[in-house]
Design a protein around this ligand. Structure first.
Ligand code: ADP
Length: 404
């Protein structure tokens, strides 16, 4: 079965074509700056020359049509016809409270995805356009929507509700939804596989530390808590986001600085976090370099970042009633031994010990805990696209079987 994974953002469309018989990537590409005259198209197919160009791309529709041409191109492509694509898996950032698992796209689901745009204004509208373009260009393929929030939708009401007047939840559905669910699910399942135990039997904490960052607590194979909230702003300190702060602070800043809600939103989402604290950069590599040079603000930002992770791991260990496995993933989690070392050295009270030799090992996927550690600690590269491809293949196979 061949599955195309489509990830449409506000001005970009990324795609990855999988052969699910052995989960190999046949081709991948992206169109960026959609809507502009100098959109960028890059495309890589197995065994073929790389293609890239700058050209006007007016819409997502045009971008996806271009991707189909490249996939079937005699020089750059890997398919004879787009009809070889059996299913398309659409990455949907927010499924709100509506979707707890992947679904086949129909008119009703499409409307609900559009309705969730308020929770993911930069992503869901693009995804809906992407779905419509794929339906038109690949009418015979199953169209599956896979939600970033679905794995997190198992949280119980006392976990996802905020202590605000209940009417606000009823009126606006204000609650915790979280994000990065597909990544957390992928690495949790992979950890269970590597430990050779069913995920249902493990207490797991997964740390997705990229530009955006979130932590989840997983028990009985289900997510029981996650650090991001109604929006991705809550929880950990991130590259440019402040994470959890006293909720009175934005009101105070708006009053003192005369900021509009949009300006305050920008301040907390784009000017804060590592970038705002250090004044250096949002990028952990730059923070680490500045620390080496003795930059005090970079040192404080790093310490605060570590502290916010340690606090969440401690809290989630209590929520889970113990911990079997701790996983680091995403840009920082996968690539910064320094960060992992600082976090884990503060977790000795939980029986967590890592080997610095293993921590610095060049291997990408590795167990870094020592034999005496009571918690197995892993670094696992995330693979959200593969997770989407697997769920898409599974659902469309089930649907085909039911039809026959
Ligand atoms: P996104 O959330 O945008 O998907 P990623 O998961 O790709 O982000 O993470 C990007 C971040 O990973 C960068 O901003 C950088 O801080 C961090 N990163 C990447 N490589 C390294 C490295 N070698 N050392 C430390 N941090 C790194």
């Amino acid at each position: 079965m061949k599955v195309l994974v489509l990830n449409c953002g506000s001005s970009s469309a990324k795609y990855k074509l999988y052969d699910m018989t052995d989960e190999t990537v046949l081709a991948e590409g992206r169109v960026e700056r959609i809507g502009l005259d100098d959109a960028l198209i890059t495309h890589d197919a197995r065994g073929k020359e790389r293609y890239h160009t700058t050209t006007p791309v007016r819409s997502h529709q045009v971008a996806i049509a271009r991707a189909m041409e490249l996939l079937t191109d005699s020089k750059y492509g890997v398919l004879k016809s787009v009809q070889e694509i059996d299913a398309v898996g659409h990455r949907i950032v927010s499924g709100g409270a509506y979707f707890t698992e992947p679904v086949l796209v129909d008119q009703r689901n499409k409307e609900l995805i559009a309705e969730c745009s308020e929770l993911a204004p930069l992503h869901n509208p693009g995804a809906v356009v992407g779905i419509e373009a794929a339906q038109e260009l690949l009418p015979d393929a199953s169209q599956v929507a896979v939600f970033d929030t679905a794995f997190l939708a198992t949280m119980e009401p006392h976990v996802y509700l905020y202590a605000l007047p209940y009417e606000l939840y009823e009126k606006y559905k204000i609650r915790r939804y979280g994000a990065h669910g597909t990544s957390h699910k992928y690495v949790a399942l992979r950890a269970a596989q590597l430990l050779n135990r069913p995920l249902e039997e493990l207490k797991v904490i997964t740390c997705h530390l990229g530009n955006g960052a979130s932590i989840t607590a997983i028990k009985d194979g289900r997510c029981v808590d996650t650090s991001m909230g109604m929006t991705p702003l809550e929880g950990l300190i991130m590259g440019t986001r402040c994470g959890s702060i006293d909720p009175s602070i934005p009101l105070y800043i708006m009053e003192r600085e005369g900021l509009t809600t949009q300006q305050c939103n920008d301040l907390m989402n784009k000017q804060s976090g590592l970038k705002g604290m250090s004044g250096v950069s949002h990028d952990m590599r730059d923070i680490e370099a500045a620390m080496e040079e003795g930059n005090e603000r970079a040192i404080q930002a790093f310490k605060a970042y570590v502290h916010s992770i340690v606090k969440h791991i401690g809290a989630y260990t209590a929520v889970l009633g113990g911990l079997d496995c701790l996983v680091f993933t995403a840009g920082v989690g996968e690539n910064s031994p320094l960060l992992r070392s600082h976090v884990c050295s503060q977790l000795a009270g939980l029986g967590i010990y890592i080997s610095e030799e293993r921590n610095h090992d060049k291997e990408k996927e590795k167990e870094i805990s020592t034999a005496e550690s009571s918690v197995s600690v892993w670094v696992i590269p995330t693979n959200e696209e593969l997770m989407i491809a697997r769920e898409t293949a599974e659902l469309s196979t089930r649907a085909i079987r039911q039809r026959n």
